[in-house]
Design a protein around this ligand. Structure first.
Ligand code: ADP
Ligand code: AMP
Length: 222
């Protein structure tokens, strides 16, 4: 569903567990744009034991942010690939004002800009419940929840038959730190994108399909 011929770069904003990845994946299929998830790229590097993965591991295990320089270079490399020429749905990046500015500059150099930054608003209690029950496919990264969005067969991905696992950083203690880091370092981006006129606030505390419908309406209004 292409709404216009201009490239569409959109940023999914929201706390960890707000549903950014779930929604970005669905939007990616509907809009035919790549989902660029910095967390997924770090986890892929971790799996392959690359130098980047080993560097990121300590930060991820503690629920802290990987340093800006490393993260910015990694995401810019991804955005420079051919499949992002028509835009991308960014999920988990930017997470700091420095990352947001680096992205703005890189897009501006190509005469592009961020067109939409939906904020998925979900209460802290709800995100804690969501992360406690989150399960991810080892092979295709599809997202499930043991209660809210369970797979047909326990522990097995509906889409590819892969094995589901619980992320190490979804342990309650790490989740509390990730929420603290979100409020301290990432929440200021809400004001940043509001000031750029692209913020759209969406009630994320509703069924997945209802949130998706609002997101698609926001895309159509761009
Ligand atoms: P984020 O990418 O923002 O960290 P996810 O998309 O991984 O969040 O979602 C976190 C968990 O919450 C997953 O287990 C997912 O299945 C579940 N989830 C996502 N959206 C909803 C929703 N609207 N209602 C209930 N559970 C949801
Ligand atoms: P996510 O999959 O988005 O929940 O990210 C998992 C972890 O990867 C985070 O807790 C950070 O340690 C790291 N990470 C992902 N994206 C970024 C980013 N944009 N900046 C810094 N660290 C990140």
């Amino acid at each position: 569903m292409a709404t216009s011929s201009a490239p569409l770069f959109m940023i999914m904003l929201g706390a960890p567990g707000a549903g950014k990845g779930t929604q970005a994946r669905m939007l990616s299929e509907v809009l035919g744009l790549p989902q660029v998830s910095s967390g997924d790229i770090f986890r892929e590097n971790l799996k392959l034991a690359t130098a980047l993965g080993l560097l990121a591991k300590g930060y991820m295990d503690r629920g802290e942010l990987v340093p800006d320089d490393v993260t910015i270079d990694m995401v810019m490399d991804r955005l420079n690939r051919l499949d992002c020429a028509g835009g991308a749905i960014l999920d988990g990046f930017p997470r700091t004002l420095a990352q947001a500015e680096a992205l703005r500059r890189a897009l501006a150099a190509r005469d592009f800009r961020v067109s939409l930054a939906p904020l998925l608003e979900v209460s802290d209690d709800a995100v804690i419940d969501r992360l406690a029950g989150r399960r991810v496919c080892r092979d295709c990264q599809a997202m499930y929840h043991v209660a809210f969005s369970p797979p047909k067969v326990d522990g097995t991905c509906d889409k590819c038959g892969g094995q589901l696992y619980r992320r190490a950083d979804d342990e309650p203690e790490t989740v509390r730190n990730r929420l603290f880091v979100y409020y301290k370092q990432t929440a200021p981006l809400v004001g940043y994108y509001f000031a750029h006129g692209v913020l759209v606030t969406i009630d994320g505390d509703r069924p997945i399909e209802a949130v998706q419908a609002d997101l698609l309406a926001a895309v159509r209004a761009v």
